[in-house]
Design a binder for this molecule. Structure first.
Ligand code: SAH
Length: 396
């Protein structure tokens, strides 16, 4: 029998607003003995049905909701429908026509909490990050196989958050072939080698696609500094956009080596770009000491805030990097500044950037708000889904 979870009075409100999460503190009592990942019926304090959710006994995030429809079984057909719906949305947006690297399923945004699927040409990469997603692995794979044929489906569930769910990390082939070490993809005319097995996330930052294209559009003739350059996504875009010079800085040697390969793959003439292995924060200070100057700077650090407690410290780091970048920008220079941390809200990020400009004694205007690409949608009821935010600032 399906276990039933009754909520405390008042805790049904977010569920009725279609928010997909419930924390441990919302649960009043449990009837039955659900196992991790089991589908349970979620009831309000009077016993009225609210939703079906996945039970995560080890996590503070105790329930992730699958469906608000009492007649909906959370079975193979459910996963097929949700994955098909996710596919249709991307098709409607024309994503598959412009890039070989894109997100097919963005977890909560596609009605499948904990389930992320990225596509790289004919390979699908699955990342399962919750007990509910983990328990339905076979159904996710089956749904993907129903959709189209794949050369391979590979699992990259090697996330730190899995520990909070009491789940082990899992990587490996789920179907078909092993992806090659370097799979070549084309993104709006840019070419990249993606290492599905070892790269960040599922191999590539698909969420920055639109912003890469923007950098490409504005780069002509500019001296570009690409900070936290990883495999050269923004740097390649800038070079293809006609940048006069591109300096890529990252602390990871393998990432820089991959970036070198990507510049070569795009036929970008040696001499127009450099790769520097350094800590970006100290590198920025060094550049300032040397009175270097740039026309376009991309500042896309890793997640500097991963909890509420880390917010103040993280905000300081974002500010420091932006402040130093302002010093290096020539008048009229552009700063593409990002935070991929969900804890850093857009308003706070804008304030941090304002503080950085103020301290750098720099008059800056925001000319564009930047966002995650449309294959990473945000449900109206789940604003937390908007994790990547950025600003295009111009120094006057
Ligand atoms: N902008 C990239 C993604 C950046 S990921 C893209 O669009 O593809 C973050 C990168 O920052 C990683 O490559 C990591 O190696 C690097 N990194 C993390 N901390 C760093 C530091 N202190 N200095 C330099 N690079 C750092």
């Amino acid at each position: 029998m399906t276990a039933e979870v009754r909520l405390k009075p008042g805790r049904e409100k977010s569920v009725l607003r279609r928010h997909p999460w419930l924390f441990a503190g919302a649960v009043a009592k449990v009837a039955g003995t659900p196992e991790a990942g089991d589908t349970v019926r979620v009831l309000d304090h009077e016993g009225c049905f609210l939703a079906y959710g996945a039970w995560s006994p080890e996590s503070q995030l105790r329930l992730r909701l699958w469906s608000w429809d009492e007649g909906q079984a959370v079975d193979a057909g459910f996963f097929r429908d949700r994955i098909a719906r996710a596919w249709q949305l991307r098709q409607m947006l024309g994503i598959q026509e412009t890039t070989g690297a894109w997100r097919l399923c963005h977890a909560e945004a596609d009605g499948l909490p904990g389930v992320t699927v990225d596509c790289y040409n004919d390979f699908a990469v699955v990342q399962l990050s919750s007990a509910g997603a983990d328990a339905h692995r076979a159904m996710v794979v089956e749904a993907l196989l129903q959709l189209r044929s794949w050369r391979g489906i590979y699992e990259r569930s090697d996330l730190a958050v899995l520990a909070q769910e009491g789940l082990p990390e899992r990587t490996g082939i789920l179907a078909g072939e092993m992806p090659p070490e370097n799979l070549e993809i084309a993104e709006e005319g840019r070419r990249f080698l993606v290492d599905i097995r070892h790269g960040h996330k599922t191999g590539f930052y698909c969420d920055q696609r639109v912003n890469r294209s923007l950098v490409q559009r504005f780069a002509r003739g500019k001296r570009v500094l690409n900070l936290f350059s990883y495999t050269g996504g923004f740097g390649v875009a800038a070079a293809l956009g006609g940048a006069a010079e591109v300096v890529n800085v990252d602390s990871s040697r393998p990432a820089l080596a991959a970036s070198e390969r990507n510049f070569a793959l795009n036929g970008i003439a040696a001499g127009g770009f450099t790769h520097i292995e350094a800590d970006c924060f100290s590198y920025l200070r060094r550049c300032r000491g040397e009175k270097q100057s740039y026309d376009l700077i991309v500042l896309d650090p890793p997640k500097l805030v991963d909890s509420q407690q880390a917010l103040t410290r993280g905000a300081r780091a974002y500010k420091d990097a932006a402040l130093q970048s302002f010093h290096l920008l020539a008048p009229g220079g552009m700063l593409f500044t990002f935070s991929c941390s969900g804890w850093m809200k857009r308003e706070l990020f804008a304030k941090v950037m304002a503080d950085a400009a103020l301290d750098a004694k720099c008059d800056a205007v925001a000319v564009m708000e930047l966002d995650q690409a449309p294959d990473h949608p945000v449900p109206c009821a789940f604003p937390e889904g908007r994790y990547l935010k950025g600003l295009l600032l111009v120094k006057r």
